[in-house]
Structures are given as structure tokens and as C-alpha cells.
Ligand binder design. Sequence first.
Ligand code: PLP
Length: 519
Amino acid sequence: MWRRSDTPGRVTARPMPEADGDWPLPDFDRHGRDVLDTIHDYFAGIRQTPVAGPHDRRQLVDRLLTGIPEHGQEFDGILADTRDKIIPELLHWNHPRFHGYFPTCASLPGVLAETMTAALNVNAMLWRTSPAASALETVVLRWLAELCGYPPDADGLLLAGASPATLYALAAAREESYAAAGHDVRTHGLNAPGLPVGRVYTSDQAHSSVDKAALTLGIGLANVVRVPSDAHYRMRPEALEEALTRDIAAGARPLAVVATVGTTSTGAADPLRAVAAVCRRHGVWLHVDAAYGGFYPLAPSLAGRLEDVAVGDSLVVNPQKTLFVPLDSTALYCRRPGALANTFRLVPEYLAPAHGLGPGEEGDFMDLSPQLGRGFRALKLWWVIRSFGRRGLAARLEKAVRLAEDLRRRVREHPDWRCVADSVYPLLCLRYEPAPPGGAGGTAEDRARLDRLNAAVLEAVNASGEAFVSHSVIREGYVIRVSIGNIRTTEEDVAALWRLLTETGERERGAMAPVVRAG
Ligand code: PLP
């Protein structure tokens, strides 16, 4: 097959390697430059790009669905389709006015590191399959532990997300808890004779990844005990104490407690010291989910004001959420030596070292989770941390805190908007509560009306393409979550978001009023 470039002055006709071999390197050079140009244009224009659009799933699939190409296609066309058909139809997590969920934005050194990682294509399952990659994983794990205040010599590994991290931590906790009671779950699974019911304890605000772990581990949703939270959405240690005491007396086996530092809905942090004391009293494993809050102690204005994650037997932190490292990038730590390996180490002959472990050789990362083949996630962390340095990361986190504080001030000064469930992190739960009609009153019906109004404001803000926010439902009702932490967000972006929210609020209130009156 012969192909012809559509760009004048470029390579024009070259035989494509139809039956054999990779792209010729000169093609790679040319396409590589085009890809970098496309990435450049994407970031250069991102502020002018709608954050989100009205994307119709069926139309999108229909537009993209073609037969499998029988013959290799020209890359110029593939890149053009990516530029024209894919990028405009994305929700832009890198956009400076993306304030949904948690930030998860990619910094430019992280973007380049991903490219390099793909090029090296290392499998970091064993030391001998990835010497420098495994060594670098050890190094960045130490750095990350130091940045969030966890013992740097704890066992740890990089994973694809906080959800698998919590799953694996709970698997290790389950193994250890049952073993302490004389049950060999590793051999017999949950069919071990006489196995007491195992339970996991977490607050009513914890992330659904705890439930999913219980589903996956055969613990069952009914055995995830949701401990009530206090008025600030923090786990109540005395309620945890009561639940543990009651269950132990009834013959159940507490497998673990999961505490959260930076809850998903409101950015609350459970009181770790008190929770850890309860866990110690009952000999229960404490897993700390600091997926969101883990690195904020770096921000100077928060230093010394935050929970100490070092009390956890295991810890998950998520650099993909707050350290400007592209997806996916999560670290799981466990300070109970050997607990992860005791749970997951299983070495078939074809993976065993030919001559046993040499002096000073440590275990392999495949021993610490069920995953065997694993990518070289450490490189992007190394590049991002080195590019910005501890101080640079701290300054950027501090800026997010300051921008959130600025928005909180604006909200406080507005008569119709409320910032509910205040957090120390740059996460705000906002609620528009104008006076009636369409506005605040005391009845359940009034509250439901306000819920609908706030949902309508969120829909309209997101449909505008000017900014993106997400929501949650908490005790105060439906709230608009504004999460700040994108590396590109400025004071002007936050001011623009506030303008958009308040103007949209008034408009939606006006649109709702006749309905309210009619009802
Ligand atoms: N824990 C908390 C507190 C979260 O907010 C989230 C996601 O937002 C998770 C865990 C799950 O994270 P991941 O998407 O990395 O699995």
C-alpha cells in the first residue's frame, strides 16, 4: 500500500509496512511532532474551549462506529479525527474551570512522562523485569510517604486508583484479622470452618470504594457498618466504639476500620487519633483513605491543622487527585511489615528467580497485590515531583486553598448563597437559598423545591460550557460541589465561576417561580 501525505512539502509517498514491522522512524518523528503540536494547541486553547458540552451518547457512538479498518490508515487522518471528533466531545478535566468531583489535572511534565513511559513500555512486576523502574518506584514511594507524613520505610506500591488500594488493604486486613483468630482464610477462603462473620467499619460519609471492596472480598454490603458522623460529617469515635463492642459481644469479627481524610461529599476528615485509639483498644486494623486530603499538609496555611495519617496501619493517597500527576497514579502503603505480601505473594515456577534472591535483593512488586503485569507509573511521579519540587507543589496546593478561601468569602457576603459543611480543603458545598417564591422556607416541600432549584443551577452551569461543577446530597440537601485544585486555575477563573453561579441562580429562580406559584 502506498500513502500520500495531504500536507504539501511533507513526505509524500512511502510504502506502509503492511505485513511486517513498525512505522519507520522518520514517520515517527514527523507524527510525533504533529502530536506534540496538537497537545500544544490543546493546552494553549483550553481556556477558550467549553469545559463540557451537550454530549449525546448514542450520537457519539454512532459517529465513531466504523468497521474495523482492513488496511492500515494514514496517521494524519487518525490524528485529524482525534482532533475533530474526539477532543471536542470530551469533558475537559484539564480545564482551569473544571471544578467537579476532585481536580485530577495533568501537568505538562506529567504529560511528557506518560509519553516516555509508553515508549519504554516496562513491566514493573519483578525486579529483574524492571530494575530501574522498580528502584524508582521504591524511591517515589518514599518521597510520597514523606510528603504526606507516613513512615517512608512502610511497604507500598503504586496502583491504578484508590478503589483497588482500599480493596487490597482490606484483603490484607481480613487475612490478618482471621489469622489472629486462628482461621486460615488464605487456604480455605470464606469456607474456613467456624469462620465468624467479618465486618468492616466506616463512617456514613466514606467513599463507595469501601462497599465495593466488601462486595469483592465476600464480606458483603450488610457487613459494612456505617458509623454515624457528627455535625461536621466526621466519624464519631464513640459511635465506632459502641459498634465494635456490640458486634464483638455478638460474635462478629471486626476486620478493619476505614477512616477518611477528605471525604468525597464535603471534604471532612475523621478524627484519626481518636479513631486509632479505638482501633488499638480492639486490636482492629485501621485503613486511612486520604485519597483526596493526603497531600494538603504540604500547604503552609494548613500545616499542623490536619489529621496525622501516620496512625493508619495502611494508607491510600492519590497523586492523580491533587499532585498534578496524570491518571492513573495512586499509592498504597502498609506499615504492618509483610502484611500485603502475606496476603498476595504467590510465585509460580515461571516467575521464580532462577537462582533464588541474591544478597540484598528485595521482594517484587507483584508480591504486594493481585496484579502481575504492571506499568511504569513511577516515572511520571519522578518527573512531576522533580519539576516542581516540594516547595513548588506546596505553593500550588496553597494557591488552591487561597482560591477556595476567596470563593468562601464571596459566598458569605451574598444573602442568598450558603456554604454548607465547611472544609479546610479547597472543596466547597454551595447551596442557593433565595427567599420565596422558589426559595427558602421551612417545610419539606420548600426543601425539595430548593433541591430542584440547585440541581437546575448545576445543569445550566454545566450546559453553558463556561465551568463544570458536580453535586452531592448531604443533610442540608442537594449541594453544588466546587472543587478547586487545577494547576491552571486563577483568581479570574474563580471570579468567573462565581459570576456564572450567581447569574444562573437568579435566572433559574425566575424560570422556576411560575411553576412554584402554579403548584
Ligand atoms: N476515596 C475517596 C475519598 C474518593 O473521593 C475517591 C474518589 O473520588 C476514591 C476513594 C476512589 O478513587 P479512585 O477513583 O482513584 O478509585
